[in-house]
Design a protein around this ligand. Structure first.
Ligand code: NAI
Length: 282
């Protein structure tokens, strides 16, 4: 046991500087796991390291769209864990919103690069470590927008459908390696992405912080939930064989109902979009 992990179970988290990834890092460190925390936001990683203790983590700047960077990062992490990885949390993501044609092509491609290609790259590079670890789990962040194609975040929603499909396929394929594969489909989680995602159509006022909380749904499947609810779900997922984790669980109804009432769901979503979600149409 040469590495810093000293035989502890380990988790490799992308998008660990903020939101769901950060809360997951804190929870797992608190449970005695060794945490690999990776992000393009180095400042966020450094404050995380201070919070959870340098001895309990390995931080490094990683852009998930860069395969060479990913390979070097996995190699450096593996050197600390004796080539083992119990849980890959492939979670980094970005958003773009607005009508399809208003989102610049390059921005749409960046969403695909981070949210889909980044996940694919994480699995290619981390698979040898997962295979070397009994009962390991590859856990991917999808979204409630992977239950039905969501207008005004169409490309984002498509990337989340892509990772959901990938999860289903690999959960069957990787059984022959003893590696479990599952995903999480969060509804509306109170993290920076909700504020950082630009509205490219300019037809809605950007809500102030106060309006944001005022307008946020207080009940129903799109009620605003804390990022800690995701961390707790990742923790439960590690001890389970379940494939899709909906947070909150009522999100699963969209997947169920759309099978026999597709027009009902389509109209409901259209209505919500017309009303505006956080931002009211001008
Ligand atoms: P967040 O914005 O707080 O965290 C995302 C993190 O990913 C940030 O720290 C960011 O720096 C990092 N990141 C972005 N591009 C990167 C890159 N190229 N390489 C490495 N790191 C990169 O937002 P949140 O909500 O914690 O997002 C985590 C995941 O959850 C994302 O995949 C997001 O799409 C997904 N999600 C979020 C929901 C929400 O309501 N907050 C709902 C459904 C899914």
């Amino acid at each position: 046991m040469a590495g810093k992990a000293r035989g502890r179970k380990s988790i490799f988290i992308t998008g660990a500087a903020s939101g769901m990834g950060r809360e997951t890092a804190k929870l797992f460190a608190g449970k005695g796991w060794f945490v690999g925390a990776f992000d393009v936001n180095m400042e966020g990683l450094q404050t995380l390291e201070q919070e959870i203790g340098a001895d309990n983590c390995f931080i490094r700047r990683l852009d998930v769209t860069d395969k060479a960077d990913f390979e070097a990062t996995v190699a450096a992490f593996g050197a600390e864990t004796d080539g083992k990885l119990d849980l890959l949390f492939s979670n980094a993501g970005i958003g773009e919103s607005g009508w399809f044609e208003d989102v610049p092509f390059e921005s749409a491609m960046r969403v695909i690069q981070v949210n889909f290609i980044g996940v694919v790259t994480s699995i290619y590079t981390a698979l040898p470590l997962l295979k070397a670890t009994p009962n390991s789990l590859c856990f991917i962040t999808s979204s409630s927008s992977a239950t039905y194609g969501m207008p005004r975040i169409a490309i984002y929603s498509a990337t989340k459908h892509a990772v959901k499909g990938l999860t289903e396929a690999l959960s069957i394929e990787f059984a022959r390696h003893g590696v479990r594969v599952a995903d999480i489909l969060p509804g509306l989680i109170d993290t920076n992405i909700l504020r950082a995602t630009p509205n490219r159509s300019g037809d809605r006022d950007q809500p102030t912080e106060e309006q944001f909380y005022e307008n946020a749904p207080k009940k129903g499947m799109f009620r605003l939930m804390p990022a800690t609810s995701i961390a707790e779900t990742v923790w439960r997922a590690y001890s389970s064989d379940k494939l899709h984790w909906y947070v909150p669980e009522d999100i699963a109804w969209i997947d169920r109902i759309k099978g026999f009432a597709p027009n009902f769901i389509r109209k409901q979503i259209g209505k919500r979009i017309a009303e505006g979600f956080f931002a009211k149409p001008k």
